[in-house]
Design a protein around this ligand. Structure first.
Ligand code: HEC
Ligand code: HEC
Length: 486
Protein backbone atom coordinates (compact mmCIF):
# COMPACT_ATOMS: atom_id res chain seq x y z
CA UNK A 1 0.00 0.00 0.00
CA UNK A 2 2.80 2.35 0.92
CA UNK A 3 4.46 1.73 -2.48
CA UNK A 4 1.28 2.80 -4.24
CA UNK A 5 1.00 5.97 -2.20
CA UNK A 6 4.50 6.91 -3.26
CA UNK A 7 3.50 7.18 -6.94
CA UNK A 8 2.75 10.92 -7.07
CA UNK A 9 6.16 11.61 -5.52
CA UNK A 10 7.78 9.58 -8.26
CA UNK A 11 6.02 11.49 -11.01
CA UNK A 12 6.97 14.80 -9.38
CA UNK A 13 10.61 13.74 -9.16
CA UNK A 14 10.70 12.77 -12.82
CA UNK A 15 9.04 16.00 -13.89
CA UNK A 16 11.59 18.04 -12.04
CA UNK A 17 14.32 15.88 -13.50
CA UNK A 18 15.69 14.68 -10.16
CA UNK A 19 17.44 11.30 -10.01
CA UNK A 20 15.52 8.41 -11.52
CA UNK A 21 17.18 5.88 -9.23
CA UNK A 22 15.94 7.82 -6.23
CA UNK A 23 12.44 7.59 -7.68
CA UNK A 24 12.71 3.82 -8.03
CA UNK A 25 13.80 3.58 -4.40
CA UNK A 26 10.81 5.66 -3.37
CA UNK A 27 8.56 3.30 -5.27
CA UNK A 28 10.04 0.10 -3.88
CA UNK A 29 12.09 1.01 -0.83
CA UNK A 30 14.59 -1.61 0.26
CA UNK A 31 13.02 -2.15 3.70
CA UNK A 32 9.61 -3.21 2.35
CA UNK A 33 8.81 -6.71 1.12
CA UNK A 34 7.77 -5.46 -2.36
CA UNK A 35 10.67 -5.96 -4.72
CA UNK A 36 10.85 -6.51 -8.47
CA UNK A 37 9.06 -9.78 -9.32
CA UNK A 38 11.84 -10.78 -11.70
CA UNK A 39 14.66 -12.34 -9.67
CA UNK A 40 17.45 -10.97 -11.91
CA UNK A 41 18.43 -9.65 -15.34
CA UNK A 42 21.03 -11.35 -17.51
CA UNK A 43 23.55 -9.88 -19.94
CA UNK A 44 24.01 -11.00 -23.54
CA UNK A 45 27.78 -11.24 -22.96
CA UNK A 46 27.19 -13.94 -20.32
CA UNK A 47 25.16 -15.97 -22.81
CA UNK A 48 27.74 -15.53 -25.57
CA UNK A 49 30.80 -16.50 -23.48
CA UNK A 50 29.09 -19.50 -21.94
CA UNK A 51 28.98 -18.14 -18.36
CA UNK A 52 25.33 -19.11 -18.47
CA UNK A 53 24.40 -22.60 -19.70
CA UNK A 54 21.65 -23.14 -22.28
CA UNK A 55 19.39 -24.53 -19.54
CA UNK A 56 20.00 -21.47 -17.33
CA UNK A 57 19.08 -19.19 -20.23
CA UNK A 58 15.87 -21.17 -20.88
CA UNK A 59 15.03 -21.04 -17.17
CA UNK A 60 15.44 -17.28 -17.16
CA UNK A 61 13.31 -17.08 -20.32
CA UNK A 62 10.57 -19.06 -18.60
CA UNK A 63 10.73 -16.75 -15.60
CA UNK A 64 10.37 -13.71 -17.88
CA UNK A 65 7.39 -15.41 -19.54
CA UNK A 66 5.58 -16.34 -16.34
CA UNK A 67 6.44 -13.66 -13.78
CA UNK A 68 3.71 -11.20 -12.74
CA UNK A 69 5.54 -7.93 -13.49
CA UNK A 70 5.09 -5.14 -10.96
CA UNK A 71 5.94 -1.44 -10.81
CA UNK A 72 9.31 -2.22 -9.24
CA UNK A 73 10.21 -4.14 -12.43
CA UNK A 74 9.06 -1.15 -14.50
CA UNK A 75 5.60 -2.51 -15.29
CA UNK A 76 3.36 0.13 -16.89
CA UNK A 77 4.02 2.92 -19.37
CA UNK A 78 2.37 6.09 -18.05
CA UNK A 79 3.75 8.30 -20.84
CA UNK A 80 3.54 6.07 -23.92
CA UNK A 81 1.16 3.92 -25.98
CA UNK A 82 1.66 0.28 -26.91
CA UNK A 83 3.38 1.60 -30.04
CA UNK A 84 6.07 4.24 -29.64
CA UNK A 85 3.87 7.33 -29.45
CA UNK A 86 3.22 9.64 -26.52
CA UNK A 87 0.16 8.68 -24.53
CA UNK A 88 -2.79 10.99 -24.04
CA UNK A 89 -3.69 11.94 -20.48
CA UNK A 90 -4.99 8.80 -18.83
CA UNK A 91 -5.43 7.96 -15.20
CA UNK A 92 -5.73 4.23 -15.81
CA UNK A 93 -2.70 2.02 -15.22
CA UNK A 94 -4.44 -0.94 -16.93
CA UNK A 95 -7.00 -1.17 -19.72
CA UNK A 96 -8.30 -4.55 -20.89
CA UNK A 97 -8.73 -3.06 -24.39
CA UNK A 98 -5.78 -0.73 -25.04
CA UNK A 99 -3.36 -2.49 -22.65
CA UNK A 100 -1.42 -2.85 -20.38
CA UNK A 101 -4.04 -5.60 -20.26
CA UNK A 102 -2.52 -8.39 -18.19
CA UNK A 103 0.25 -9.23 -15.76
CA UNK A 104 2.33 -11.86 -17.58
CA UNK A 105 2.79 -13.55 -20.95
CA UNK A 106 1.55 -16.72 -19.26
CA UNK A 107 -1.83 -15.02 -18.55
CA UNK A 108 -2.67 -15.50 -22.25
CA UNK A 109 -0.29 -18.31 -23.19
CA UNK A 110 -1.11 -21.21 -20.89
CA UNK A 111 -2.96 -23.92 -22.81
CA UNK A 112 -2.32 -26.84 -22.37
CA UNK A 113 0.60 -25.42 -20.35
CA UNK A 114 3.06 -22.52 -20.30
CA UNK A 115 3.89 -21.35 -23.83
CA UNK A 116 0.55 -22.37 -25.38
CA UNK A 117 -2.49 -20.33 -26.44
CA UNK A 118 -5.60 -19.53 -24.42
CA UNK A 119 -9.34 -19.59 -24.47
CA UNK A 120 -11.54 -16.62 -25.45
CA UNK A 121 -10.83 -14.68 -22.26
CA UNK A 122 -7.21 -14.25 -23.41
CA UNK A 123 -8.25 -12.33 -26.53
CA UNK A 124 -6.39 -9.13 -27.45
CA UNK A 125 -7.96 -6.01 -28.97
CA UNK A 126 -5.37 -5.45 -31.66
CA UNK A 127 -4.53 -1.89 -32.84
CA UNK A 128 -6.32 -0.39 -29.82
CA UNK A 129 -2.91 -0.10 -28.17
CA UNK A 130 -2.06 2.69 -30.60
CA UNK A 131 -5.17 4.62 -29.59
CA UNK A 132 -4.62 4.92 -25.87
CA UNK A 133 -6.88 5.15 -24.09
CA UNK A 134 -9.86 3.17 -25.38
CA UNK A 135 -11.67 2.66 -22.16
CA UNK A 136 -15.28 2.45 -23.17
CA UNK A 137 -15.65 0.20 -26.18
CA UNK A 138 -14.72 -3.19 -27.56
CA UNK A 139 -16.38 -2.27 -30.87
CA UNK A 140 -14.94 -3.94 -33.96
CA UNK A 141 -14.51 -0.40 -35.34
CA UNK A 142 -11.75 0.23 -32.78
CA UNK A 143 -9.78 -3.01 -32.73
CA UNK A 144 -9.39 -6.46 -34.25
CA UNK A 145 -10.12 -9.19 -31.73
CA UNK A 146 -7.58 -12.00 -31.82
CA UNK A 147 -7.27 -15.20 -29.85
CA UNK A 148 -3.82 -16.21 -28.52
CA UNK A 149 -1.83 -18.81 -30.42
CA UNK A 150 0.56 -21.27 -28.81
CA UNK A 151 4.31 -21.07 -29.38
CA UNK A 152 4.97 -24.84 -29.35
CA UNK A 153 7.13 -25.43 -32.44
CA UNK A 154 7.70 -21.69 -32.95
CA UNK A 155 11.49 -22.08 -33.38
CA UNK A 156 11.12 -24.32 -36.45
CA UNK A 157 8.44 -22.00 -37.83
CA UNK A 158 10.71 -18.94 -37.58
CA UNK A 159 13.54 -20.84 -39.29
CA UNK A 160 11.27 -22.10 -42.09
CA UNK A 161 10.16 -18.54 -42.79
CA UNK A 162 13.77 -17.38 -42.77
CA UNK A 163 14.87 -19.98 -45.33
CA UNK A 164 11.83 -19.22 -47.51
CA UNK A 165 12.57 -15.49 -47.38
CA UNK A 166 16.18 -16.12 -48.45
CA UNK A 167 14.94 -18.23 -51.38
CA UNK A 168 12.42 -15.62 -52.55
CA UNK A 169 14.89 -12.77 -52.28
CA UNK A 170 17.54 -14.78 -54.15
CA UNK A 171 15.02 -15.43 -56.95
CA UNK A 172 14.40 -11.69 -57.17
CA UNK A 173 18.15 -10.95 -57.31
CA UNK A 174 18.66 -13.46 -60.12
CA UNK A 175 15.77 -11.96 -62.09
CA UNK A 176 17.19 -8.45 -61.65
CA UNK A 177 20.59 -9.58 -62.92
CA UNK A 178 19.08 -11.45 -65.86
CA UNK A 179 16.85 -8.51 -66.87
CA UNK A 180 19.83 -6.19 -66.78
CA UNK A 181 22.15 -8.56 -68.67
CA UNK A 182 19.59 -9.32 -71.40
CA UNK A 183 18.17 -5.80 -71.42
CA UNK A 184 14.62 -7.09 -71.33
CA UNK A 185 11.78 -7.59 -68.84
CA UNK A 186 11.89 -10.91 -66.96
CA UNK A 187 8.99 -12.64 -65.16
CA UNK A 188 9.71 -15.27 -62.51
CA UNK A 189 7.61 -17.69 -60.50
CA UNK A 190 8.09 -17.10 -56.79
CA UNK A 191 8.29 -20.67 -55.50
CA UNK A 192 10.06 -21.84 -52.35
CA UNK A 193 9.82 -25.27 -50.71
CA UNK A 194 7.05 -26.06 -53.20
CA UNK A 195 4.86 -23.12 -52.10
CA UNK A 196 4.01 -20.59 -54.82
CA UNK A 197 3.83 -16.89 -53.89
CA UNK A 198 2.68 -15.67 -57.31
CA UNK A 199 5.03 -14.03 -59.77
CA UNK A 200 7.26 -10.99 -60.10
CA UNK A 201 8.20 -9.04 -63.21
CA UNK A 202 11.34 -6.93 -63.31
CA UNK A 203 12.22 -4.52 -66.10
CA UNK A 204 15.69 -4.03 -67.61
CA UNK A 205 16.08 -0.81 -65.59
CA UNK A 206 15.35 -2.68 -62.36
CA UNK A 207 11.74 -1.45 -61.95
CA UNK A 208 9.58 -4.15 -60.31
CA UNK A 209 5.94 -4.99 -61.01
CA UNK A 210 4.80 -6.55 -57.75
CA UNK A 211 1.11 -6.85 -58.66
CA UNK A 212 1.42 -10.62 -59.22
CA UNK A 213 2.85 -11.36 -55.76
CA UNK A 214 0.49 -13.45 -53.62
CA UNK A 215 0.26 -14.19 -49.91
CA UNK A 216 3.38 -12.31 -48.78
CA UNK A 217 4.31 -8.63 -48.53
CA UNK A 218 6.09 -7.09 -51.49
CA UNK A 219 9.38 -7.05 -49.58
CA UNK A 220 9.23 -10.87 -49.96
CA UNK A 221 9.90 -11.32 -46.25
CA UNK A 222 7.76 -14.17 -44.88
CA UNK A 223 6.38 -13.00 -41.56
CA UNK A 224 5.18 -16.18 -39.87
CA UNK A 225 3.91 -14.71 -36.60
CA UNK A 226 0.64 -12.92 -35.91
CA UNK A 227 -2.31 -14.52 -37.62
CA UNK A 228 -2.28 -11.87 -40.35
CA UNK A 229 1.42 -12.57 -40.95
CA UNK A 230 3.01 -9.33 -39.82
CA UNK A 231 5.87 -10.27 -37.48
CA UNK A 232 9.22 -11.67 -38.54
CA UNK A 233 10.71 -13.18 -35.42
CA UNK A 234 10.04 -14.29 -31.86
CA UNK A 235 12.47 -11.57 -30.77
CA UNK A 236 10.52 -8.83 -32.56
CA UNK A 237 7.20 -10.20 -31.25
CA UNK A 238 8.47 -10.51 -27.69
CA UNK A 239 9.81 -6.93 -27.54
CA UNK A 240 6.45 -5.71 -28.88
CA UNK A 241 4.43 -7.85 -26.46
CA UNK A 242 6.50 -6.83 -23.45
CA UNK A 243 5.81 -3.17 -24.22
CA UNK A 244 2.18 -3.51 -25.30
CA UNK A 245 0.88 -5.92 -22.66
CA UNK A 246 3.10 -5.09 -19.72
CA UNK A 247 4.73 -1.70 -20.28
CA UNK A 248 8.13 -3.42 -20.02
CA UNK A 249 10.62 -1.77 -22.40
CA UNK A 250 13.39 -3.70 -24.13
CA UNK A 251 16.58 -1.63 -24.07
CA UNK A 252 17.31 -2.48 -27.73
CA UNK A 253 13.99 -0.85 -28.68
CA UNK A 254 14.15 2.21 -26.41
CA UNK A 255 17.24 2.93 -24.27
CA UNK A 256 19.71 2.09 -27.05
CA UNK A 257 17.59 2.87 -30.13
CA UNK A 258 19.28 5.75 -32.01
CA UNK A 259 15.83 7.19 -32.83
CA UNK A 260 14.91 7.34 -29.13
CA UNK A 261 17.97 7.01 -26.87
CA UNK A 262 15.88 7.61 -23.77
CA UNK A 263 16.52 5.24 -20.86
CA UNK A 264 13.13 6.03 -19.33
CA UNK A 265 11.00 6.75 -22.38
CA UNK A 266 7.77 5.63 -20.70
CA UNK A 267 8.50 7.78 -17.64
CA UNK A 268 7.76 5.17 -15.01
CA UNK A 269 10.97 5.79 -13.10
CA UNK A 270 12.72 2.55 -14.11
CA UNK A 271 15.58 2.24 -16.63
CA UNK A 272 16.94 -0.83 -18.45
CA UNK A 273 13.71 -2.70 -17.84
CA UNK A 274 14.71 -5.57 -20.13
CA UNK A 275 18.29 -6.12 -21.24
CA UNK A 276 19.34 -7.54 -24.60
CA UNK A 277 20.16 -10.76 -22.72
CA UNK A 278 16.64 -10.86 -21.22
CA UNK A 279 15.02 -10.61 -24.67
CA UNK A 280 17.36 -13.32 -25.97
CA UNK A 281 16.31 -15.56 -23.07
CA UNK A 282 12.56 -15.12 -23.59
CA UNK A 283 13.09 -15.66 -27.34
CA UNK A 284 15.06 -18.88 -26.85
CA UNK A 285 12.55 -20.13 -24.27
CA UNK A 286 9.77 -19.90 -26.87
CA UNK A 287 11.93 -21.20 -29.74
CA UNK A 288 12.89 -24.30 -27.76
CA UNK A 289 9.38 -25.26 -26.58
CA UNK A 290 8.35 -28.83 -27.40
CA UNK A 291 7.31 -29.61 -30.98
CA UNK A 292 3.65 -30.62 -31.41
CA UNK A 293 3.01 -34.03 -32.89
CA UNK A 294 0.58 -36.90 -33.23
CA UNK A 295 -1.15 -38.63 -30.31
CA UNK A 296 -3.35 -41.41 -31.66
CA UNK A 297 -6.41 -42.39 -29.60
CA UNK A 298 -6.10 -45.66 -27.65
CA UNK A 299 -9.49 -46.90 -28.79
CA UNK A 300 -8.70 -49.06 -31.86
CA UNK A 301 -11.69 -47.81 -33.92
CA UNK A 302 -10.93 -44.16 -33.31
CA UNK A 303 -7.28 -44.82 -33.96
CA UNK A 304 -8.06 -46.36 -37.36
CA UNK A 305 -10.32 -43.39 -38.19
CA UNK A 306 -7.58 -40.87 -37.29
CA UNK A 307 -5.16 -42.64 -39.62
CA UNK A 308 -7.73 -42.87 -42.43
CA UNK A 309 -8.69 -39.22 -41.85
CA UNK A 310 -5.25 -38.03 -42.83
CA UNK A 311 -5.64 -39.57 -46.28
CA UNK A 312 -9.06 -37.99 -46.79
CA UNK A 313 -7.67 -34.62 -45.60
CA UNK A 314 -5.28 -34.91 -48.52
CA UNK A 315 -7.86 -36.19 -51.02
CA UNK A 316 -10.15 -33.17 -50.49
CA UNK A 317 -7.16 -30.87 -50.94
CA UNK A 318 -6.98 -29.38 -47.46
CA UNK A 319 -3.24 -29.98 -47.96
CA UNK A 320 -3.06 -27.36 -50.73
CA UNK A 321 -2.76 -24.82 -47.89
CA UNK A 322 -2.27 -26.95 -44.78
CA UNK A 323 0.94 -28.49 -46.22
CA UNK A 324 1.68 -31.58 -44.09
CA UNK A 325 5.46 -31.17 -44.04
CA UNK A 326 8.09 -28.68 -45.11
CA UNK A 327 11.84 -29.37 -45.06
CA UNK A 328 14.40 -27.28 -43.18
CA UNK A 329 17.91 -27.20 -44.63
CA UNK A 330 19.37 -26.33 -41.23
CA UNK A 331 18.28 -27.89 -37.96
CA UNK A 332 19.66 -24.98 -35.93
CA UNK A 333 17.67 -22.11 -34.48
CA UNK A 334 19.63 -18.90 -34.31
CA UNK A 335 18.91 -15.45 -32.94
CA UNK A 336 18.87 -12.62 -33.97
CA UNK A 337 16.97 -13.04 -37.23
CA UNK A 338 18.83 -11.17 -40.02
CA UNK A 339 15.51 -9.89 -41.42
CA UNK A 340 14.51 -8.20 -38.13
CA UNK A 341 13.28 -4.62 -38.51
CA UNK A 342 15.57 -1.81 -37.39
CA UNK A 343 13.98 -1.46 -33.93
CA UNK A 344 14.86 -5.07 -33.04
CA UNK A 345 18.38 -6.38 -32.40
CA UNK A 346 20.11 -7.52 -35.61
CA UNK A 347 23.76 -7.53 -34.53
CA UNK A 348 25.07 -10.66 -36.23
CA UNK A 349 28.20 -10.68 -34.09
CA UNK A 350 25.95 -11.66 -31.18
CA UNK A 351 24.42 -14.83 -32.63
CA UNK A 352 23.20 -17.49 -30.23
CA UNK A 353 22.07 -20.83 -31.64
CA UNK A 354 20.99 -24.35 -30.67
CA UNK A 355 20.15 -27.62 -32.40
CA UNK A 356 16.35 -27.91 -32.47
CA UNK A 357 16.60 -31.69 -32.95
CA UNK A 358 18.91 -32.25 -29.95
CA UNK A 359 18.44 -29.47 -27.36
CA UNK A 360 15.52 -28.20 -25.29
CA UNK A 361 12.36 -29.86 -23.97
CA UNK A 362 10.99 -32.99 -25.70
CA UNK A 363 9.44 -33.96 -28.02
CA UNK A 364 11.85 -32.19 -30.36
CA UNK A 365 11.91 -31.44 -34.03
CA UNK A 366 12.49 -34.45 -36.28
CA UNK A 367 15.93 -34.60 -37.87
CA UNK A 368 16.35 -35.40 -41.56
CA UNK A 369 19.91 -35.52 -42.88
CA UNK A 370 21.63 -32.30 -41.78
CA UNK A 371 18.30 -30.55 -41.67
CA UNK A 372 14.88 -31.30 -40.22
CA UNK A 373 11.30 -31.82 -41.15
CA UNK A 374 8.51 -29.54 -39.94
CA UNK A 375 5.07 -31.16 -39.81
CA UNK A 376 3.08 -28.01 -39.07
CA UNK A 377 0.30 -28.26 -41.71
CA UNK A 378 0.81 -24.74 -43.08
CA UNK A 379 2.35 -23.08 -46.14
CA UNK A 380 3.15 -19.85 -44.21
CA UNK A 381 1.21 -18.02 -46.92
CA UNK A 382 -1.69 -15.59 -46.46
CA UNK A 383 -5.06 -16.58 -47.93
CA UNK A 384 -8.57 -15.18 -47.99
CA UNK A 385 -11.30 -17.52 -46.81
CA UNK A 386 -13.95 -14.93 -47.68
CA UNK A 387 -16.44 -15.30 -50.50
CA UNK A 388 -17.17 -12.18 -52.56
CA UNK A 389 -19.56 -10.00 -50.56
CA UNK A 390 -22.54 -10.56 -52.86
CA UNK A 391 -22.27 -14.34 -52.41
CA UNK A 392 -21.37 -14.33 -48.76
CA UNK A 393 -23.81 -16.20 -46.57
CA UNK A 394 -23.38 -17.00 -42.91
CA UNK A 395 -19.66 -17.63 -43.33
CA UNK A 396 -18.53 -14.47 -41.61
CA UNK A 397 -16.41 -15.71 -38.76
CA UNK A 398 -13.15 -15.65 -40.73
CA UNK A 399 -14.20 -12.40 -42.48
CA UNK A 400 -15.25 -10.23 -39.55
CA UNK A 401 -12.48 -7.65 -39.42
CA UNK A 402 -13.06 -4.10 -40.56
CA UNK A 403 -9.80 -2.42 -39.55
CA UNK A 404 -6.80 -2.70 -41.83
CA UNK A 405 -3.19 -2.74 -41.02
CA UNK A 406 -1.58 0.48 -42.21
CA UNK A 407 1.07 -1.20 -44.38
CA UNK A 408 0.72 -0.09 -48.00
CA UNK A 409 1.37 -3.41 -49.69
CA UNK A 410 -0.89 -5.76 -47.77
CA UNK A 411 -3.20 -7.62 -50.09
CA UNK A 412 -6.88 -7.45 -49.31
CA UNK A 413 -10.20 -6.47 -50.82
CA UNK A 414 -11.73 -5.06 -47.68
CA UNK A 415 -10.75 -5.13 -44.03
CA UNK A 416 -7.99 -7.57 -43.23
CA UNK A 417 -9.44 -10.74 -44.63
CA UNK A 418 -6.06 -12.33 -45.32
CA UNK A 419 -4.65 -14.69 -42.71
CA UNK A 420 -1.73 -17.10 -42.70
CA UNK A 421 -2.80 -20.72 -43.13
CA UNK A 422 -3.28 -21.76 -39.56
CA UNK A 423 -0.76 -24.29 -38.29
CA UNK A 424 -2.78 -27.40 -37.42
CA UNK A 425 -0.07 -29.43 -35.65
CA UNK A 426 -1.60 -28.50 -32.28
CA UNK A 427 -5.26 -28.51 -33.41
CA UNK A 428 -6.27 -31.07 -30.76
CA UNK A 429 -4.93 -28.81 -27.97
CA UNK A 430 -5.79 -25.35 -29.28
CA UNK A 431 -9.55 -24.85 -28.82
CA UNK A 432 -11.25 -22.47 -29.35
CA UNK A 433 -10.69 -22.00 -33.09
CA UNK A 434 -10.47 -19.26 -35.69
CA UNK A 435 -8.51 -16.02 -35.36
CA UNK A 436 -11.07 -14.58 -32.95
CA UNK A 437 -11.45 -17.79 -30.99
CA UNK A 438 -15.20 -17.71 -31.44
CA UNK A 439 -15.59 -21.24 -32.85
CA UNK A 440 -15.67 -23.92 -30.19
CA UNK A 441 -15.08 -26.99 -32.38
CA UNK A 442 -12.81 -28.05 -35.24
CA UNK A 443 -15.87 -29.01 -37.31
CA UNK A 444 -17.28 -25.47 -37.12
CA UNK A 445 -13.90 -24.09 -38.21
CA UNK A 446 -13.86 -26.36 -41.29
CA UNK A 447 -17.36 -25.25 -42.32
CA UNK A 448 -16.35 -21.56 -42.12
CA UNK A 449 -13.83 -21.89 -44.99
CA UNK A 450 -15.04 -19.83 -47.98
CA UNK A 451 -13.05 -18.00 -50.68
CA UNK A 452 -9.82 -19.78 -51.55
CA UNK A 453 -10.84 -22.62 -49.20
CA UNK A 454 -14.38 -22.98 -50.56
CA UNK A 455 -13.79 -25.93 -52.98
CA UNK A 456 -12.05 -27.94 -50.32
CA UNK A 457 -14.69 -27.13 -47.70
CA UNK A 458 -17.51 -28.10 -50.10
CA UNK A 459 -15.68 -31.38 -50.84
CA UNK A 460 -15.69 -31.98 -47.06
CA UNK A 461 -19.44 -31.39 -46.74
CA UNK A 462 -20.07 -33.79 -49.65
CA UNK A 463 -18.16 -36.62 -47.96
CA UNK A 464 -20.09 -39.48 -46.34
CA UNK A 465 -20.54 -38.77 -42.64
CA UNK A 466 -18.05 -41.48 -41.66
CA UNK A 467 -15.34 -39.80 -43.74
CA UNK A 468 -16.07 -36.38 -42.21
CA UNK A 469 -15.73 -38.00 -38.81
CA UNK A 470 -12.37 -39.46 -39.81
CA UNK A 471 -11.03 -36.02 -40.88
CA UNK A 472 -12.04 -34.49 -37.55
CA UNK A 473 -10.61 -37.47 -35.62
CA UNK A 474 -7.34 -36.95 -37.51
CA UNK A 475 -7.21 -33.22 -36.65
CA UNK A 476 -7.93 -33.90 -32.97
CA UNK A 477 -5.00 -36.33 -32.87
CA UNK A 478 -2.58 -33.46 -33.65
CA UNK A 479 -1.51 -32.27 -30.21
CA UNK A 480 1.01 -30.75 -27.88
CA UNK A 481 2.20 -33.89 -26.06
CA UNK A 482 2.04 -33.89 -22.25
CA UNK A 483 5.21 -32.85 -20.46
CA UNK A 484 7.60 -35.70 -19.69
CA UNK A 485 9.53 -35.87 -16.38
CA UNK A 486 13.10 -35.74 -17.54
C1 HEC B 1 -3.56 -10.28 -23.19
C2 HEC B 1 -3.18 -11.52 -23.81
C3 HEC B 1 -1.74 -11.71 -24.26
C4 HEC B 1 -0.59 -11.49 -23.54
C5 HEC B 1 -0.45 -10.95 -22.14
C6 HEC B 1 0.49 -11.91 -24.38
N1 HEC B 1 0.02 -12.38 -25.57
FE1 HEC B 1 1.14 -13.19 -27.08
N2 HEC B 1 -0.53 -13.34 -28.21
C7 HEC B 1 -1.79 -12.97 -27.83
C8 HEC B 1 -2.67 -13.03 -28.98
C9 HEC B 1 -4.14 -12.67 -28.99
C10 HEC B 1 -1.89 -13.47 -30.06
C11 HEC B 1 -2.34 -13.65 -31.52
C12 HEC B 1 -2.21 -12.29 -32.18
C13 HEC B 1 -2.66 -12.29 -33.61
O1 HEC B 1 -2.58 -13.30 -34.25
O2 HEC B 1 -3.07 -11.28 -34.10
C14 HEC B 1 -0.55 -13.67 -29.54
C15 HEC B 1 0.52 -14.11 -30.31
C16 HEC B 1 1.81 -14.25 -29.85
C17 HEC B 1 2.91 -14.71 -30.64
C18 HEC B 1 2.84 -15.15 -32.10
C19 HEC B 1 2.41 -16.58 -32.23
C20 HEC B 1 2.17 -16.97 -33.67
O3 HEC B 1 2.36 -18.16 -33.99
O4 HEC B 1 1.75 -16.14 -34.48
C21 HEC B 1 4.03 -14.64 -29.85
C22 HEC B 1 5.43 -15.03 -30.25
C23 HEC B 1 3.61 -14.12 -28.57
N3 HEC B 1 2.25 -13.90 -28.60
C24 HEC B 1 4.48 -13.89 -27.51
C25 HEC B 1 4.08 -13.26 -26.33
C26 HEC B 1 5.00 -12.88 -25.27
C27 HEC B 1 6.49 -13.10 -25.28
C28 HEC B 1 4.25 -12.29 -24.29
C29 HEC B 1 4.71 -11.64 -23.02
C30 HEC B 1 5.71 -10.59 -23.18
C31 HEC B 1 2.87 -12.32 -24.75
N4 HEC B 1 2.80 -12.91 -25.97
C32 HEC B 1 1.82 -11.82 -24.00
C33 HEC B 1 -2.18 -12.61 -26.56
C34 HEC B 1 -1.34 -12.26 -25.55
C1 HEC C 1 -7.01 -21.75 -49.16
C2 HEC C 1 -6.22 -22.28 -48.07
C3 HEC C 1 -6.91 -23.26 -47.14
C4 HEC C 1 -7.51 -24.46 -47.45
C5 HEC C 1 -7.68 -25.10 -48.80
C6 HEC C 1 -7.96 -25.01 -46.19
N1 HEC C 1 -7.63 -24.17 -45.16
FE1 HEC C 1 -8.00 -24.47 -43.21
N2 HEC C 1 -7.33 -22.60 -42.77
C7 HEC C 1 -6.80 -21.72 -43.68
C8 HEC C 1 -6.60 -20.45 -43.04
C9 HEC C 1 -6.06 -19.20 -43.69
C10 HEC C 1 -7.03 -20.59 -41.71
C11 HEC C 1 -7.09 -19.50 -40.63
C12 HEC C 1 -8.49 -18.90 -40.62
C13 HEC C 1 -8.67 -17.76 -39.62
O1 HEC C 1 -8.60 -18.01 -38.43
O2 HEC C 1 -8.87 -16.63 -40.07
C14 HEC C 1 -7.48 -21.96 -41.57
C15 HEC C 1 -7.97 -22.51 -40.39
C16 HEC C 1 -8.36 -23.83 -40.24
C17 HEC C 1 -8.79 -24.41 -38.99
C18 HEC C 1 -8.88 -23.69 -37.65
C19 HEC C 1 -7.69 -24.03 -36.81
C20 HEC C 1 -7.55 -23.22 -35.55
O3 HEC C 1 -6.77 -23.64 -34.69
O4 HEC C 1 -8.20 -22.18 -35.41
C21 HEC C 1 -9.06 -25.73 -39.26
C22 HEC C 1 -9.54 -26.79 -38.26
C23 HEC C 1 -8.84 -25.95 -40.66
N3 HEC C 1 -8.40 -24.78 -41.23
C24 HEC C 1 -9.04 -27.15 -41.31
C25 HEC C 1 -9.09 -27.28 -42.70
C26 HEC C 1 -9.59 -28.43 -43.39
C27 HEC C 1 -10.10 -29.70 -42.73
C28 HEC C 1 -9.50 -28.15 -44.71
C29 HEC C 1 -9.99 -28.99 -45.87
C30 HEC C 1 -11.42 -29.25 -45.85
C31 HEC C 1 -8.92 -26.81 -44.86
N4 HEC C 1 -8.70 -26.31 -43.60
C32 HEC C 1 -8.64 -26.21 -46.06
C33 HEC C 1 -6.51 -21.99 -44.99
C34 HEC C 1 -7.00 -23.08 -45.70
Amino acid sequence: MKARLALPIVVALILTGIGVLLAQDELCPAGLPERPALSRHIEQADILDGSLSFDEVLEHGEELFTVLFNVCDGQGRPATTGGLAARKADEMAFSRVSAPDSNSCFSCHNQPRVGGGAEFVGNVFLLAQHEDPILETTSMMSSNHRNPLGMFGAGPIEMLAREMTSDLQALRETALEKAKAQNTAVTIELVTKGVRFGELTVAADGAQDSSGIEGVDHDLVIKPFHQAGTKISLRQFSANAMNQHHGMQAEERFDLNPDIMDPDYDQDGVERELTIGDITAVTLFQAALATPGRLLPEDPDRRAEAIRGELIFEQINCTSCHVPELPLESRFFSDPNPFNPSNTMTDMSQIVSFDMTADGPEPRLERQGDGAIVRAFTDLKRHSLCDPLEQADAIRFFCNETLRDSRPDVDGRHGSEFFITRKLWDAGSSAPYGHRGDLTTVSEAILMHGGEGRASRDAFTELPFSDQRAVVEFLLSLQVAPETDS
